[in-house]
Design a protein around this ligand. Sequence first.
Ligand SMILES: [Zn+2]
Length: 226
Amino acid sequence: MSDAVVCLPSLHALNALPGVTARFFGRMTGVDVMRERREAMALLAPYHRQLLQREGLDGFPLITAEQVHGNEIAFLENAEAYTQVPIRGVDGLATTQQGITLGIYVADCAPVWIVAKDGSAGALLHSGKKGTELGITTRGITLLCERAHLKPDKLMIVIGPCIRPPCYEVDFAATIRAQAASSGVSEVHDDLVCTACHSDLYYSYRRECGLTGRMLATLTLQPRPS
Ligand SMILES: [Zn+2]
């Protein structure tokens, strides 16, 4: 199962920020996920729990989003208030709160991490073709800057593995990079990894015709003395 924890230079950059833990759990070998979303997710849940435990994140509540391919983002101020997960109607989660784990599931859509370089705030978004068209990354940057009182140049953005040309006709990752740049975020990391090109490591909704699993992206601001 160790191969399920994806290591990429962009994730190393995030994890080098103070108190920031970002993970991306890829394809789980030996789990038959050629199924509809709900069933595949149920099969993967115990594996994801085990991986979170192994990564030392099991002590933190995992807050997830309904993910409706929209551009709404929940700003979590009091995680105890969010016992009902996934949070309805949102595709993004943002917080300044330490000791909770934000989780987004993807299979071809991009996970987008937006994190303050001082580790004081972070957001995790689900941005596929639709969410990108709706500008969820731009909204995420604005929201974090407003709520956490930050300037865009204090943020780092990471675009995770997602489907890209020529496997997909729309280069939404390029649009996300452009959105970040026009919002004033200069530090954007993208390893340009295509999920459909690496079916040994990732699930691809398109390549597997909709019957596949989901990768779990996470972001945790670790509790640290203030
Ligand atoms: Zn590809």
